[in-house]
Write a protein that binds this ligand. Structure first.
Ligand code: DQA
Length: 161
């Protein structure tokens, strides 16, 4: 199983930016923990961060046919990006959205969410631990998808006999 983690604008500044909201952990530390957990679950994991909307759209498109699941924090693009939403819809890969802060308790403009309706699930407000929760949830979903696919393949093979 392969999972892609996509981090949007300014998340490369974690550990520096607004620590009272996002905490002291750096992105590299979050990714190191995620990599450990993925390894324990025999999941291959890749990481990508960009401050550019088009690069994020390109990365989601590249996942098509290559990647089983996506974990994405679209950061500020959550609230504006129809392009990222359409890309997630287009590839139809199970996707979990993560927000470090609770976007529902912050400014009004952060309540607008373009991305959530096309995601399998959203995790908000747990700090960096939300990425761990996203992995637990996504790995479970992917195992269920795999089990259904295997059962279908067995059924087809039996019918062909
Ligand atoms: C964020 C919330 C967004 O509103 C904000 O623009 C971010 C980070 C979060 O993880 O809490 O950059 O996605």
């Amino acid at each position: 199983m392969k999972v892609m983690v996509i981090q949007g604008p300014n998340l490369n500044m974690l550990g520096v930016r607004e620590q009272q909201i996002y905490g002291p952990m750096k992105l590299e530390q979050i990714h190191a923990q995620m990599k450990d957990f993925a390894g324990q679950n025999n999941v291959e994991i890749e990481f990508f961060q960009s401050n550019f909307e088009g690069e994020i759209v390109d990365k989601i498109q590249e996942c098509y046919g290559e990647i089983d699941g996506i974990i994405i924090n679209p950061a500020a693009y959550t609230h504006t990006s129809i392009a990222i939403r359409d890309a997630i819809s287009a590839v139809a890969i199970p996707t979990v959205e993560v927000h470090i802060s609770n976007i529902h308790r912050r400014e009004e403009f952060r309540k607008e969410n373009m991305i959530a309706p096309v995601c399998t699930s959203s995790i908000v407000g747990f700090g960096p631990f939300g990425y761990h929760l996203a992995q637990v949830g996504l790995f479970q979903v992917l195992q269920e998808v795999k089990a259904v696919q295997e059962a279908q393949a067995q059924q087809q093979a039996a019918q062909a006999e």
